[in-house]
Design a protein. Structure first.
Length: 101
């Protein structure tokens, strides 16, 4: 966990290319280990392998793909209303830059 915190502190996780690489890595990990993951989930949950494939693994892959296709839009800086006391006398605008914490 400490290594993850240190990596995050370097801000290397913020660029678009890094995030896309991580999402593709999740997708590839699941696809390359599909049978093993399916068996493990089936054993852990007591369900058949079809359940694991239909409700667990395929949803991870589809969410990773959905995130890849929407990531750029989610990372865009957006204009937001400026709080009331600040917008009286000066022509200013506020922006919201979504970044992970």
């Amino acid at each position: 966990v400490n290594q993850a915190h240190q990596t995050f502190a370097t801000q290397m996780t913020q660029p678009y290319d890094y995030r896309i690489q991580q999402l593709k890595g999740i997708e590839n990990l699941v696809q390359e280990n599909w049978d093993e993951l399916s068996s493990a989930i089936a054993n852990d949950l007591g369900q058949g392998p079809m359940y694991a494939e239909a409700f667990e693994l395929s949803s991870v892959v589809s969410r990773a793909r959905y995130s890849q296709s929407n990531l750029r839009k989610w990372m865009e800086t957006k204009r937001v209303p400026t709080p009331f006391p600040l917008n009286l006398n000066m022509p200013i605008h506020s922006e919201l830059a979504p970044n992970p914490r």
